[in-house]
Design a protein. Structure first.
Length: 124
């Protein structure tokens, strides 16, 4: 815990926070454990609590076309049932009225990861 920052977790699709009160939401290696439908519900809540210029900062295991061996390793050994490819992650956020600002492919040991930052389209 850091006295200069507040951290919270989502419970029952709800964050105990005021509307438009958050600058950043950090998601690290969680989405590949969550179904697409559940993520869509979480994104509705994220939109509610993010300030107009707020951002989601995300790092997730990701299947990359050119990395067959690491894809196989992740698929075989990771407990996440929903590892997606880059297009699937980005489309999921675009469909929910977020725009992708930054993407970067990363390699962490035997894992491919996608780092991306999204903000709300049209500043809803």
């Amino acid at each position: 815990m850091n006295k200069d920052y507040n951290f919270d977790i989502i419970q029952n699709n709800n964050l105990n926070l005021e509307d438009r009160s958050i600058d950043y939401i950090l998601i690290m290696a969680v989405l590949h454990h969550i179904s697409t439908q559940d993520i869509k519900e979480y994104l509705i809540e994220f939109k509610r609590v993010l300030k107009k210029d707020g951002k989601l900062v995300i790092i997730e295991p990701c299947f990359f076309k050119e990395n067959y061996f690491t894809n196989w390793l992740m698929n075989t050994f990771d407990k996440g049932k929903y590892i997606r490819n880059e297009t699937s992650y980005l489309n999921l956020f675009s469909e929910q009225l977020f725009q992708v600002e930054t993407t970067k492919k990363l390699r962490k040991g035997a894992y491919n990861e996608l780092f991306f930052v999204v903000s709300q389209k049209n500043n809803f």
